[in-house]
Design a protein around this ligand. Sequence first.
Ligand SMILES: Cc1cc2nc3c(=O)[nH]c(=O)nc-3n(C[C@H](O)[C@H](O)[C@H](O)COP(=O)(O)O)c2cc1C
Length: 385
Amino acid sequence: MNAPEGNIINRRNFLKLTLAGVGTSAVGLYLFCEEGDAVNYSDPAYLYWNKFTQGGLNLENYLILCGSLAPSAHNTQPWKFSIKEKEISVFADHNRSLGSADAQHRMILISVGCALENIKVAANQLGYRADISLAPGAEFEKTGICAKVSLVSEDQPGGNPLFDSIFKRQTTRSPYLAEPTPEIVKSSMMGLNDFSNVSLRWFDDSADLASMAEINSAACVSFTKDDSAYLDSLKWWRYSREEILKKRDGISIFTSAAPAAIKQYFQYGVSPEDMAGEFGRQGEIDLMNNLFSSTPLWGVITASDVSNISRLQSGQLFERIFLDATRQDYRIQAVNYVSEQQEYASKFKELFRIPNTDELLMVFRMGKAELCEKSVRLPLSDIIV
Ligand SMILES: Cc1cc2nc3c(=O)[nH]c(=O)nc-3n(C[C@H](O)[C@H](O)[C@H](O)COP(=O)(O)O)c2cc1C
């Protein structure tokens, strides 16, 4: 694919402009920006974000729809659901994994945990208790089975303060304001953790913020040098809006805070070869460094054991925090370069006073920023088996 004619950016300086553009307005770039390339939220790929009510769907289908709005690594949406009356079985779909970028299945299990949490919150909203039994045992490798959710009708009317956030939540990849987060916000989120093996820690003093930026940056550089992990993750990169609407999964430049001109450049000028080469790798490092250095608060979720159950629970906790943050107008971005590389995970635990025997499961940024563009979702017919 070629860049549009009259393009004022060459590939060498594009990366610098991407970086500058995310933080500032990159005025000159607008010279070649055309109108009419905005997101089309009326496309079916986006419609679930507006399904605030059950409408014509039966209970189980609606809860699965809410589950599917959860975050997932690279928007792989690596879940499948089967339904019996008032019971939903939840599976990880190994065909939608990040491959060698998630060799231990951590990310896939955390993603499924996020979907479980959405199902639980939505069930409460509709007057049901969701009894979740986590079952990612020996069968997990073969069938992907993670959990069974039994829906029990409650006598009192429904309601859950986190429900609205299911539809507002998004991963926000932009610089966050340098504002301290009030203690009450951090401590109330700590209170959301009712899992005995899972811990949440906050880091926001200036020495820790500097160390966080440094180690996440080093892990990002190392990740982009690991051909197998980088190229496997690239399979989920989507290049154009057409591809996004067709595949209804994956990540792209469009859901970041990059200026319109940069997005336009990607739409027309960036090929799979570019992304697999220096252009894509250095672009990711520059973009991430800019975000890491504009982060007022980092959250870290660990488990005191290494188990599939704790990984699912970590996903549940992460999503609970994500929904609560959304309710209070905070943004979140998961950042998992460190947790996916053993060497960096060990250094990280040492640096941040986390027991070495704990499993590092989720590192995320939190802060205030404008919302970015929403991501797409697969149709229910693809995820209900
Ligand atoms: C387990 C997990 C790991 C993730 N890792 C990253 C990451 O390292 N960097 C990033 O920018 N987003 C990461 N994300 C966010 C996903 O890319 C995002 O959830 C997905 O693209 C869907 O977008 P949404 O959250 O806006 O709905 C992660 C999400 C999950 C659940």
